[in-house]
Design a protein around this ligand. Sequence first.
Ligand code: KE4
Length: 435
Amino acid sequence: MQQRILRRRFKSTKSNKLFTKAQTIIPGGVNSPVRAFKAVGRTPIFIKRASAAYVWDEDRNKYIDYVGSWGPMILGHTNPAITKAIRSALKRGTSFGAPTGLEIKMAELITKLIPSIEMVRMVNSGTEATMSAIRLARAYTGKDMIIKFEGCYHGHGDSFLIKAGSGAMTLGVPDSPGIPSTIAMNTVTARFNDLTSVRTAMERNKNQIAAIIVEPVAGNMGCVPPMDGFLQGLRSLCNEFKALLIFDEVMTGFRVALGGAQALYGVRPDLTTLGKIIGGGLPVGAFGGKKEIMQMVAPAGPMYQAGTLSGNPLAMAAGLTMLRILHANKMIYKQLEQRSAQLEEGIRCNLNKLGLEHSFNRVGSMCTLFFTSKPVTDYDSAKTSDTAKFSTYFNSMLEQGIYLPPSQFEAAFISTAHSEKIIEKTIKANYKALR
Ligand code: KE4
């Protein structure tokens, strides 16, 4: 009897071997830094396959997945309709480097679901989307500077790795070498949820700020919601100082609501960047906004932007299918809210039972448990988290079969494949890991 209930000892032999080999030919053994598990003091697990709410690693360990490929997998892995759409597109070819009808359908659906987007350009990553959006803001306003927020991450474009969040923050390298000071000097950082810091930045750089770019719900310092009036305040400041407001909705787009964070908080940006969910798991990004601004984008206008695989037919097929499912099934966001609220309630109950005062932030189906008793409202308060305690917690959850984002400064994601039973199992593991 005892044998049967003993969990197979957690082992990562094959992942460790692969990681050793990977490090000889891929920088750090990974194609994106946060995957290296540096922040949680262990070698990364190598994923072999995924299905619904689960991933399996090369050592046949099964995990409930709360990374969800960092956001795209809102419908869980291997969603049958998305798989079918990719298979069918595949038969017609993988890439043409020419316009296709699918791209029009994608543009029509995005502009329907996010009314502030009157025109949209497809690209291949969130980074490309944000890089292009600030170039467009600079072209449209004739100004060079941008304001971003400490702890927010907008991809690895030169103008953004200035006190960036996500990987850079996780790796404790708030700035990156290789960025010319002439670029860095055009980025001013303000404090998230602090309108005074934004006004100060605007006034100190009068008539030089082309745009404010913000994650309307921060996900890259961990999940940090906007305080009441913060986003509305940014909108007013942009109007007052004649700067564009850019919502980086690469993570929040179609995640926190069908119309993104701008629908949830009722604030209309001038430009929006998208990624992740709109690709259904394939490489994608997009930037869009007011027609008068977007008309500046080549070949309609002078601002150059291009991409060999932009609007790729497989990515369009996958992304369009995902958006159509989200649009057709109004119950999806209700279901995501119910499951996410169940997780939050269970974790808060565990914290009370154990007398722990950790902070927990959540917006819809993105959330973060912070190992600090302070309320987490910005970069500085996020940094009061005990990352060593988080690391121990992460490893205990991993060995219990729960795969969390391997960093205190990331958001976890719940999908429609996360059933009540799966959430219950997670809550039980959370109790054991916190004990
Ligand atoms: P990509 O270039 O990684 O597709 O998107 C960059 C990006 C832009 N804007 C926001 C709000 C984002 O969250 C991201 C990327 N998110 C990280 C996760 N925190 C991607 C994970 C990674 O870097 O491996």
